[in-house]
Design a protein around this ligand. Structure first.
Ligand SMILES: Nc1ncnc2c1ncn2[C@@H]1O[C@H](COP(=O)(O)OP(=O)(O)OP(=O)(O)O)[C@@H](O)[C@H]1O
Ligand SMILES: [Mg+2]
Length: 398
């Protein structure tokens, strides 16, 4: 490389980018080797019994009688179950006791429409991905069939779910493959992949999603080829696989682009994440105005903008911080029931678990301090159970 080009800004920035990316890769490989397959921990028989809704004694008897999937036995005779086995047992119980089937196997019934929850806010770092991930895992652990869609080119949801965009994906392996305008389009079922988390499937994301932002204006101007309207494409793709799922959760990128609009139109409900700080809330009013403007254009063009519920979720909440408390109180007084009663607490347990690409649901107890773990998990579960209540209400369940 000659001296002149080394000193130009483009070359310099490129060098910085390469240095940084090399260092990040080293760091990541140390924390999480690229070829390590993610696995989910097993669940103790007590945990499994609680998740299925039977007693531990009943579960032991089943296994003694050789009925249902057989748990792994440790040397001291403790039984443990994989999530896959727990889900098999749910199906087994639902068949055994058809009258109570719904309490063992909560899958949606005929007439209960697919629920699609879009998690959004154009504010970067407002815990969209974390909220999406915890909701998806919470629902999967509860026995629902869940599809998580990563609409963010940064792909952090994908990597949390064990797919490394740099190593594992080729062209067309993201939702873009199913919503693109040209002949390269393929069915969504060819893109969906299973994860290590039984009952939770993934449509991964990566940089190619940006193509949709670039191509949509072109498609809108192309009068020869009236393509399916951009705001319907996400929903049309999801409809191709809807029979396999109860709930779809979408992690939106931190922009109000065509992808986000497509997700909002495909959604049956919206979760808007809020970090309760003055700067974030100030930009939120701008976000709401812009969203409303764009959505009204979409609605006038024929977009479906009926949502079963729209909820604001306060995340990274520090309840003992006075300014934060004021903001949360303000939001509650303005938006009332549209703000979830439970807030997701700011917790080093959540942040630390995130460093090793795990959630609190995944880590073995004892990996983080017990009290922080319990408090954080309780807040996550409370928020998710309110979302689930909204879903049940949309299904007309009591
Ligand atoms: N409840 C929490 N407690 C502590 N840290 C959290 C919590 N929720 C999220 N974080 C951390 O905050 C950071 C941002 O979260 P996240 O990636 O979920 O935000 P995001 O809105 O998806 O960001 P982006 O706009 O870049 O997509 C992450 O480092 C995450 O680990
Ligand atoms: Mg994100």
């Amino acid at each position: 490389m000659d001296n002149i080009s080394v000193s130009t800004t483009d070359v310099r920035i490129e060098r910085h980018a390469n240095q940084l990316s090399r260092q990040l890769k080293l760091l990541r490989d140390k924390l999480f080797p690229p070829l390590a397959q993610k696995t989910l921990r097993t669940f103790s028989s007590g945990e499994a019994a609680q998740m299925i809704g039977v007693s531990d004694g009943y579960l032991r008897q089943l296994s003694l009688d050789g009925k249902g999937p057989q748990p792994e036995l440790s040397q001291n005779g403790r039984r443990s179950y994989t999530l896959g086995q727990i889900n098999e047992l749910r199906q087994y119980m639902a068949k055994l006791k058809p009258k109570d089937a719904l309490s063992y196997l909560p899958w949606r019934r005929p007439g209960e429409k697919l629920q699609t929850v879009a998690v959004t806010n154009f504010k970067g770092g407002s815990a969209k991905t974390t909220t999406t991930l915890y909701l998806a895992q919470y629902l999967a652990l509860a026995g629902y069939r869940v599809l998580a869609i990563d609409l963010d080119p940064q792909a952090s949801l994908s990597s949390m779910l064990g797919v490394q965009p740099e190593f594992d994906l080729s062209d067309g392996d993201t939702l873009y493959g199913a919503i693109r305008y040209d002949a390269g389009r393929k069915p969504l079922k060819d893109i969906v992949r299973k994860t290590y988390f039984d009952g939770l499937d993934l449509v991964p994301g990566n940089l190619e999603l940006m193509e949709f932002e670039h191509e949509t204006p072109r498609a809108l101007n192309d009068r020869q080829k009236p393509a399916e309207l951009f705001f319907r494409r996400v929903g049309v793709a999801i409809a191709e696989v809807e029979a396999n799922y109860d709930v779809v959760v979408i992690d939106c990128p931190p922009q109000l682009g065509y992808l986000t609009l497509g997700a909002v139109c495909a959604a049956t409900s919206l979760l808007i994440t809020i970090h309760p700080q003055m700067v974030d809330v100030a930009s939120m009013s701008q976000f709401l105005l812009m969203t409303s403007d764009l959505l009204s254009v979409v609605r006038k063009a024929g977009g479906d903008l009926q949502h079963d519920f729209i909820k604001y979720v306060v995340t990274r909440h520090e309840p003992f911080d006075a300014p934060q408390s004021q903001i949360v109180a303000l939001l509650r007084s303005l938006f009332g029931d549209d703000v979830l009663t439970a807030t997701i607490l700011k917790s080093t347990a959540i942040a630390d678990a995130g460093l090793t690409k795990q959630t609190l649901f995944e880590i073995e107890k004892g990996q983080v301090r017990r009290s922080t773990y319990d408090r954080a998990l309780e807040s996550v579960n409370a928020a998710n159970s309110e979302v689930l209540a909204g879903i049940h209400k949309a299904w007309g369940r009591p």
